[in-house]
Design a protein around this ligand. Structure first.
Ligand SMILES: *Cc1c(COP(=O)(O)O)cnc(C)c1O
Ligand code: SF4
Length: 353
């Protein structure tokens, strides 16, 4: 465990030299609406890397200005919650949110109205959620999210996973976390063993990381504890102005993830959470970046660029298009270097039905 405590107030940020007394007043008013938490590991990164890390974790007065298009529940969790703490949007998978605490509070958080303030699920609510999953044979995968499920103590996490393991139709357990990055010391052999359970479920760990510098030696070691235990690692990043929305930093991030055995999964376009406008870029910017990545880096380094459609309509890929229908059934395909090529339709009469 960390010797130093996390910084959870404007005063603590001043004490650590991260903000000055002037900024502290504003940070205090932001802190009344949205929780503040910066781990010693992330505070050290702010010292060495500056803006791209600072912007993710240090409160800013603009957070108190909500744009008309911003929503308190941008991805519509509430609209698809059959029982508290559970979200069932897609037939074959559910989100289970056992706790709402995180190791850090990201200033662009999509669940910022609840994360850091809502209570943890009560044991009876966990049982209700487990009963719902058991009663829905179409549920193949359970995604633990929150908050950050790896903030649970290993025995508490193990207890939840044990309840899922006995539901025979559940095959996959996915855990979304920022702990290996933000508080790597928390990743212990006990925690990894809890995630693995008896092995009855195939466990995946999806790690939230937005800048190559977040993959410190300690973070890479923490991630490796999961990978060495046979748990595949996925990367999740959010496209953020001032953090990674340029080709250099984005390329470095994807390469650093893959080099750490974390396979990029999603690059999220920013959700419309309140007070996050300073992070938002246009979708066309994200599409140009995806095109640039395609030409420059290995296929292993290509995440899917997605948007959680505001209002709870699910995730849609925002992938730039490389193909267009053309005359006489032909297709026109753009290569990653910008040239166009023709691809023909199937040959009539020669294809089996
Ligand atoms: C994002 C999300 C999932 C997981 O979606 P994948 O595309 O499988 O990663 C599942 N349920 C809800 C409600 C979600 O928002
Ligand atoms: S780790 Fe995820 S849930 Fe937690 S504050 Fe950051 S974005 Fe929100």
């Amino acid at each position: 465990m960390n010797a130093k405590p996390a910084l959870i107030s404007a005063q603590a940020l001043v004490g650590a030299g991260l903000i000055d007394a002037e900024a502290a007043k504003q940070a205090e008013s932001v802190g009344r609406h949205y929780a503040i938490r910066v781990t010693p590991a992330m505070a050290a990164l702010i010292d060495s890397y500056g803006e791209p890390i600072k912007k993710q974790f240090l409160p800013d007065i603009s957070e108190l200005t909500q744009m008309p298009e911003e929503l308190s529940d941008p991805i519509g969790d509430d609209a698809h919650s059959p029982t508290p703490g559970l979200v069932h949007r897609y037939p074959d998978r559910v989100l289970l949110k056992p706790i709402s605490v995180c190791p850090v509070y990201c200033r662009y958080c999509f669940r910022r109205e609840t994360v850091g303030s809502a209570p943890a699920m009560k044991p009876t609510e966990i049982s209700d959620a487990v009963a719902y999953i058991a009663n829905h044979p179409e549920i193949w995968e359970v995604v633990l999210t929150g908050g950050d499920p790896l903030m649970l103590k290993p025995p508490s996490l193990a207890r939840i996973i044990k309840q899922l393991e006995v539901i025979s139709h559940v095959k996959i357990l996915r855990i979304h976390t920022r702990v290996p990055i933000a508080d790597p010391d928390r990743v212990s052999p006990e925690l990894v063993a809890a995630v693995k359970g008896t092995g009855r479920l195939s466990s995946y760990v999806a790690i939230h990381c937005n800048h190559a510098s977040e993959l410190t030696e300690a973070a890479v070691k923490a991630a490796a504890l999961f990978a060495d235990a046979g748990i595949p690692l996925l990367g999740q990043s959010v496209l953020l102005a001032g953090v990674n929305a340029e080709i250099g930093p984005l390329e470095d991030l994807m390469r650093a993830l893959v080099a750490s055995r974390i396979r990029p999964y999603y690059l999220h376009h920013l959700d419309l959470a309140p007070g996050t406008a300073r992070f938002r870029v246009d979708i066309s910017v994200g599409q140009e970046l995806m095109k640039a990545l395609r030409g420059r880096v290995s296929g292993l380094c290509q995440p899917t660029y997605v948007l959680d459609v505001p209002g709870g309509y699910g995730k849609s890929p925002l992938t730039p298009s490389y193909v267009q229908a053309s005359e006489k059934g032909n297709w026109v395909i753009s290569d990653p270097f910008g040239q166009e090529h023709r691809y023909p339709p199937p040959v009539a009469g020669l294809v089996d039905d």
